[in-house]
Design a protein around this ligand. Structure first.
Ligand SMILES: Cc1cc2nc3c(=O)[nH]c(=O)nc-3n(C[C@H](O)[C@H](O)[C@H](O)COP(=O)(O)OP(=O)(O)OC[C@H]3O[C@@H](n4cnc5c(N)ncnc54)[C@H](O)[C@@H]3O)c2cc1C
Length: 531
């Protein structure tokens, strides 16, 4: 079989659902709550216990509704069951007191003031993809998805992007002006969550993280005041918005990014037999240390339930297929055996982004969630994940252990899909100093993401086995001292403060004290005011 395109990140999750769907014959929307979700929900609740006792009256809600240009959705409203959903269907049991679809900056200010007045918890929501469910809360969800305009100044190479824009629209609108912004791959992720936590993607080694390209942010802080954070004003807040994590300092309403002229783009995918997994993983790790910035790559080791294992190296080059072929030659030589399937091709930038998004063959309008956009065809998914980093290439023994870990998931939970994905860092990402932005992970070889996903038909015992697998990876396989990626926020991670923020934590706490002195923007893993 010849792969026609790289395996995108949604596909990485979907492989698990696919396996379960094959097992049962269908995929349908739904959820199963696992123990780690219970931790997350409990955390949301414990942070908001005070608020639950002081819910505003219906008259007070009505006054907020009247004051907004946008829409306020309350539990009795027909759209509430859909409007309260996050991307991850395991959070379907989170029921906020209200959801405000803000249409203007002023709407956001009014919502923040309302929650402060009523001591009500508040959570900002952009794309709703938080792995921890932290864009929901017991109080008011401030949804910025209607603040989604995108404008590009091709003279200054600056794009102004509303905080609720979805990535696929960002790529499309900026791409129509022959420019690109490095971002992530999932099309329905919101620009706010992605940027505030970092933003790693296929152009990261060439152009940096999304947050590295952020030059200005409009933020409504806890006082309800809108501030502009840039190099001249509130530069500490700008610093914190560049990787300090979403939901911590205020609600961003708009961003300015530096955008880049579009390079030629080539994509590749190599698949290998599973019995060469340790060799491929080891060779890939050494190979990525030799790459030019123009080439980004990832390596995926997956179990697909009844469909067996998938071992794949893929990537994107800012260059031609011929250049790509030469750059791949040393990888082939060090693995020593040919891939079982190879795809190398050139694509227009937007076509490449659609492939990376898992939307090959779709229109941009249909490359949206079906619960969010009338033309959307994408479904939500249920999954859990953990992340870690590699500082340097693994030993052979460690590579073998990582392969065995994926085999263990397969044997413990044969109908759950998932595994390990390794994303190359380096290049422009690592040339930024660790304290230059709030994103501290600047000396890493690669990020590891461990994921397992399920469908409504997966048995609870298999879902539990997946949960135990993640816990075992954390305790026995991952090196905790290398950190974890804050955008793969992990409610079960014990030492998350150091893991996400390392040496930048002190400064983040100081900025938290300045802009959110009463800890209004608070959730289980929000930046503390005091350490
Ligand atoms: C399928 C999938 C693929 C992914 N692929 C990538 C990838 O390729 N690269 C990558 O780097 N990451 C990736 N991620 C992770 C993603 O970057 C994070 O989950 C991100 O936080 C999601 O942003 P969001 O706006 O969609 O989520 P939300 O849940 O809306 O927000 C995430 C956090 O930010 C806060 N927040 C939201 N809006 C605002 C705002 N306006 N102002 C302040 N805080 C706000 C929320 O309160 C929450 O705490 C992926 C996630 C998924 C589910």
């Amino acid at each position: 079989m010849t792969p026609s395109s790289p395996l995108d990140r949604r596909e990485f999750l979907r492989r698990g659902l696919g396996a379960s769907a094959l097992f049962t014959g269908i995929i349908a929307a739904g959820f199963t709550l696992t123990n780690d979700d219970a931790i997350s929900s409990a955390a949301v609740k414990s942070k908001t216990a005070h608020a639950e006792q002081r819910q505003p009256s219906s008259k007070e809600w009505q006054s907020l509704r009247n004051a907004l240009s946008g829409t306020l959705v309350l539990p009795g409203d027909p759209s509430y069951p859909i409007d309260s959903l996050l991307y991850n269907s395991k959070f379907a049991k989170l029921h906020p007191a209200a959801i405000a679809y803000c249409a203007t900056h002023d709407d956001v200010s009014r919502c923040v003031e309302f929650t402060a007045l009523h001591s009500l918890s508040v959570a900002a929501r952009s794309g709703g993809h938080s792995y921890g469910g932290y864009s929901s809360c017991a109080g008011l969800v401030v949804d910025v998805s209607r603040l989604n305009t995108i404008a590009v100044n091709t003279k200054s190479n600056v794009a102004t992007v509303g905080a609720g824009a979805r990535l696929i629209d960002v790529y499309n609108e900026i791409g129509l002006r022959d420019r690109l912004l490095p971002g992530g791959s999932c099309p329905s992720v919101g620009i706010a969550g992605l940027t505030l936590g970092g933003g790693i993607g296929v152009f990261g080694r060439k152009f940096g993280l999304t947050c590295d390209n952020l030059s200005s942010a409009e933020v409504v802080t806890a006082s309800g005041k809108k501030l502009t954070a840039n190099q001249s004003d509130h530069d500490d807040l700008l610093w914190a918005c560049r990787g300090g994590g979403g939901g911590n300092f205020g609600i961003a309403t708009s961003f300015e990014f530096t955008v880049h002229p579009m390079p030629p783009v080539s994509l590749f995918t190599l698949r290998y037999p599973w019995d060469s997994a340790a060799d491929v993983l080891e060779a890939w790790q050494y190979w990525i240390t030799t790459l030019p910035d123009e080439l980004w790559s990832n390596c995926q080791l997956l179990t697909q339930g009844a469909n067996g294992f998938l071992l794949q190296v893929s990537g994107v080059l800012c260059g031609t297929p011929d250049q790509l072929t030469s750059l791949l030659a040393p990888l082939h030589a060090s693995i020593g055996s040919a891939p079982s399937a190879t795809f190398i091709g050139t694509n227009e930038y937007m076509q490449a982004m659609m492939i990376e998004a898992g939307c090959s063959g779709l229109t941009v309008a249909s490359c949206h969630l079906d619960t969010v956009n009338p033309q959307g065809t994408l479904s939500r998914e249920a999954y859990s994940a953990k992340s870690s980093y590699l500082d340097a290439p693994s030993s052979s023994d460690h590579a073998t252990l990582l392969v065995q870990a994926v085999e263990m998931l397969h044997s413990d939970a044969p109908n759950v899909g998932g595994g390990l994905a390794f994303d190359a860092y380096g290049g422009a990402i690592n040339r930024v100093r660790a304290n230059e932005t709030a994103f501290v992970h600047r000396d890493k070889l690669a990020c590891i993401q461990a994921t397992y996903s399920w469908s409504p038909y997966t048995s609870q015992s298999e879902i539990d086995a997946g949960r135990r697998w993640l816990a075992w990876l954390q305790s026995d396989v991952f090196n905790a001292s290398t950190g974890a990626y804050q955008n793969y926020i992990d409610p079960t991670l014990a030492d998350w403060r150091t893991a996400y923020y390392g040496g930048n934590l002190d400064r983040l706490a100081k900025i938290k004290r300045r802009y959110d002195p009463h800890d209004h923007f608070s959730f289980a893993q929000s930046i503390p005011r005091h350490l």
